[in-house]
Design a protein around this ligand. Structure first.
Ligand code: AMP
Length: 249
């Protein structure tokens, strides 16, 4: 069984996000970019399934600028066998990404797609769900455990009131939560080996998809700055402040 893992290049989670001066989006120039953290869990899980002998091949896919090849090299260093870059400079939205991934899943005859549950840049949490709908495959989102046997995936999800377990016939789409696993660090020998692994480049047109945005972003603004707190000396002052100043936000 072949596993397809979409990995997105996003602003590194340690970077303090700045909004562009013209309000058109988040500043990415001169900013450290990394693999979306949930996608690291997805790649790790796919590589473990290959190590267990459940998967035959792990294919990483990234869609976007040529620089996404760096993200793919990271996926290859973690253990993906090969990678596909769908190169475009169009501003991508989940539906376009899902259409491109659906075309690739069909072309590759993937048995399982493991995506991240959400990309930390746009927080859309939509691509995996849209992909399952487009392919008409079953889906389990926010997975904290995946087991594959007998042509089925048994997926555990952590929900507010406990654990939920789904059994999905394959092929299926699963999205990874942080609790799924602890991604390994890519070792230096594996980083070197990854340089020799193949990255194929395709265009959206070659996959028969028009990635043009369907939603218009009107404006991106910084969240309001929170006011500094203040220390009160007595309980009476606290009670008075709660009575006179506190309000539901
Ligand atoms: P989102 O729906 O945008 O929050 O993204 C959910 C997941 O879809 C991510 O964790 C990735 O696995 C995948 N994904 C989204 N955008 C891309 C992209 N441009 N390239 C590759 N994978 C992506």
């Amino acid at each position: 069984m072949k596993i397809l893992v979409p990995v997105k290049r996003v602003v590194d989670y340690n970077v303090k996000i700045r909004v562009r001066a013209d309000g058109s989006g988040v500043e990415t120039k001169g900013v450290k970019m990394s693999m979306n953290p949930f996608d690291e869990n997805a790649i790790e899980e796919a590589v473990r399934l290959k190590e267990e002998g459940v998967a035959s091949e792990v294919v990483a896919v990234s869609i976007g600028l040529a620089a996404c090849a760096e993200t793919l090299r990271t996926a290859l260093a973690i253990g993906a066998d090969r990678a596909i870059l769908v190169e475009t400079d169009v501003a991508l939205q989940p539906l376009a990404v899902a259409k491109l991934l659906a075309a690739l899943a069909r072309r590759e005859e993937a048995g399982l797609v493991i995506a991240g549950k959400q990309a930390i840049d746009d927080d859309m949490n939509a691509t995996g769900q849209m992909l399952a709908a487009l392919l008409d495959w079953p889906q389990a989102t926010f997975a904290s455990k995946i087991a594959i046997a007998g042509g089925e995936a048994t997926v555990t999800r952590e929900v507010d009131d406990g654990l939920e377990t789904f059994v999905l016939p394959l092929p299926a789409v699963v999205t990874a939560d942080l609790r799924l696993n602890e991604p390994r660090y890519a070792s230096l020998p594996n980083i070197m080996k990854a340089r020799k692994k193949p990255i194929a480049t395709l265009t959206p047109a070659e996959l028969g998809v028009d990635p043009a945005p369907r939603l218009k972003v009107l404006e991106v603004t910084e969240p309001a700055h929170r006011q500094a707190g203040r220390k009160l000396k007595t309980v009476a002052e606290l009670v008075a402040a709660l009575r006179d100043e506190a309000r539901v936000i």
